[in-house]
Design a protein around this ligand. Structure first.
Ligand code: GUN
Length: 283
């Protein structure tokens, strides 16, 4: 059994990004990422802080625009419009979730597709489904990179994705389908989850439920990708799979922390460099 070291792979990618920002600085270009954080959700704030710290580490200029949860939708749209026009900003990211009174789709659609480093705009989502180059959402992109680095073949494999969000499950399914895997997407209304996970060669889980996937739910030599981030009752960070028991049975497994999480940030930075190159007309 191999424990997939997402932290190591992410660090390798980050070192490459550092070199690229150095090269861009010779053209007098500093890539810029603007993050909009609405409300005071603790987890969202932690993620945003991690993203902007990493930006600074690699030489990407980053600003965080904080707004109270009572903010109007129009004020967020106005801010995005300003960022769309600001030449110093190459990437725009609106941290999700947004407060209930805000129409998330309207907000995401307001982001200029060439600055949509999260890949959540329907323009980029459509390109992803059609297998045309665009911005890929960071978490699925990071998972695909792990498959590549660990030589995990997808063609002809049975995949079970647990969790059907626009952020992870749906784009991941499209990316894997584009690599000719056969994909089941399961969600809270799926009858008999175990019947799906048991026939899978690769199980990817991002449902936010501790120990959702247990040893009896996978076959021998399965590849297990844990996308969950939960705090258990002792305050420890854990994923969605019973790591201790599954790791005895599977061929590859991602740990939490240190698996998919670090890859998400690395791929966001990679997208920001790509956006800077597109927006500044560099090949
Ligand atoms: N909330 C949870 N994951 C993400 C993400 O990848 N991007 C944004 N913008 N919000 C999120």
């Amino acid at each position: 059994m191999v424990i997939i070291d997402g932290k190591k792979v992410a660090n390798e990618i980050i070192q490459k990004i550092k070199q690229q920002t150095k090269e861009l600085s010779s053209y007098d270009i500093t890539p810029g990422l603007a993050v909009i954080l609405v409300g005071d959700d603790t987890a969202s704030r932690t993620y945003v802080n991690m993203k902007s710290e990493r930006c600074k580490d690699v030489g990407i200029y980053s600003i965080v625009h904080e707004m109270p949860s009572s903010i109007s939708q129009q004020k967020i749209l106005d801010t995005i419009n300003m960022m769309n026009q600001n030449e110093n900003i190459d990437g725009i990211l609106v941290q999700l979730p947004l407060p209930k009174h805000i129409d998330q789709n309207k907000i995401l659609e307001a982001i200029k597709p060439s600055k949509d480093v999260d890949g959540f705009h329907p323009f980029n989502m459509g390109r992803l489904v059609a297998n045309i180059d665009g911005f890929l959402p960071a978490t699925p992109y990071g998972i695909m990179e792990l498959f590549k680095r660990y030589d995990i073949e997808l063609k002809g494999k049975n995949v079970c994705i647990v969790g059907a969000s626009n952020i992870v499950g749906k784009p991941l399914a499209s990316l894997m389908l584009n690599q000719f895997a056969t994909v089941d997407i399961c969600h809270i209304y799926t009858n008999d989850l175990k019947s799906h996970t048991l026939k899978a060669d690769i199980v990817c889980v991002g449902a936010g439920v501790i120990n959702l996937i247990t040893e009896d739910m996978i076959k021998d030599e399965t590849v297990v990708i844990d996308i969950g981030i939960n705090k258990n009752k002792n305050g420890k960070l854990v994923g969605d799979v019973d790591f201790k028991n599954l790791s005895k049975k599977c061929s590859y497994i991602t740990p939490v922390p240190g698996g998919v999480g670090p890859m998400t940030i690395a791929m966001l930075l990679k997208n920001t460099i790509k956006a800077a190159k597109i927006n500044k007309g560099i090949k």
